[in-house]
Design a binder for this molecule. Structure first.
Ligand code: SF4
Length: 306
């Protein structure tokens, strides 16, 4: 991120500043409302998100139900814990059953530059995480579970608020263990006028079967690629030895769905399958994000490597 944006602030820095600002104003990050946002302007275009058709056909609701059912013996991520989240059990991710926990939602100006634009990336930070890395920059959110319980309807409201205040996308950070809730919320929000592209901001450690259910829902994938070495991923990411193999396959599936992003001129070089692989191989341990997005939105919403 910093390599392509000298003035970029880190996600941790942004969250700390947001929290301080919110406290100074007497606001909770979960308390944004439409009224406060009226001063912001929103650039509208004729972009139509793919999930709209799935919503109208009922397919989005069907897929959400399918994901929801998978939590009965949870297999939403490669851990495949098998715990019954419907009865309140928690797996490795520590998500409390089927309850949804969200740390914050707000316009994010420290994200990858092409996601930010003038209005910011409409970021939702989900609490808990299935990968649980020792070096996590959002440790208190991802590993300690800091956040507030929310309903699916409230998540849909957050999406609409982010659209109303002028954000360019809905950026779902660490979404994997809440994919069922997310699809339900998008289905509700789409019916209420949500038209922003969906960014799936993930560790990359995803099951292909789950990604297939996201096909046509997600407009932009923003996965990390943290390791080429399974011993390292097991050591630093809570025994996730399958990370390199599974994530490589997952990224190819993402690419199959949406293509590869072309960064804007002056940011980073034009990416392709080959340049992606090259970038990864030069940095085998550190976190590298690889953006892919639907070709139809490339002219206005190109993405970059981070
Ligand atoms: S989402 Fe959580 S409970 Fe479900 S398989 Fe993954 S780590 Fe286990």
């Amino acid at each position: 991120m910093n390599a392509v944006c000298p003035q970029a602030i880190t996600r941790r820095c942004f969250l700390q500043k947001s929290a301080k600002t919110g406290l100074a104003l007497g606001l909770s990050p979960l308390m944004f409302d439409v009224g406060q946002a009226q001063a912001a302007t929103r650039r509208r275009d004729d972009f139509e998100p793919a999930y709209l058709k799935l919503h109208e056909s009922g397919e989005l609701a069907r897929r959400a139900d399918e994901l929801w059912a998978l939590m009965k013996s949870c297999r939403l991520c490669p851990r495949r814990c098998g715990v019954n989240r419907h009865s309140g059990m928690s797996g490795v991710c520590q998500a409390p059953g089927t309850d949804l926990v969200i740390a914050s939602f707000h316009p994010h100006f420290g994200e990858e530059r092409p996601l930010v634009g003038q209005g910011g990336s409409g970021t939702v930070f989900f609490s808990h995480c299935n990968l649980r890395c020792a070096f996590c920059q959002n440790y208190d959110i991802a590993l300690l579970g800091r956040g507030d319980e929310s309903s699916v309807a409230n998540l849909a409201r957050m999406m609409r608020v982010l659209q109303t205040i002028g954000c360019h996308n809905i950026n779902l950070v660490t979404p994997t263990h809440y994919s069922a809730h997310i699809l339900k919320a998008i289905d509700i929000a789409a019916g209420q006028g949500l038209r922003l592209p969906i960014v799936y901001n993930t560790s990359g450690w995803e099951r292909i079967e789950i990604l297939e259910l996201l096909d046509g829902v997600v407009d932009i994938y923003l996965p990390d690629f943290k390791y080429w070495d399974g011993d390292m991923s097991a050591k630093y990411s809570s025994d996730a030895a399958s990370y390199p193999e599974m994530t490589a396959k997952a990224i190819l599936e993402m690419q199959r769905q949406v293509g590869v992003a072309i960064p804007p001129a002056g940011s980073v070089s034009r990416s392709s399958k080959c340049s992606m692989a090259s970038s990864i191989s030069t940095c085998p341990i550190s976190s590298i994000g690889i953006a892919t997005c639907r070709p139809s939105i490339l002219p206005t919403r190109p993405i970059i490597l981070k």
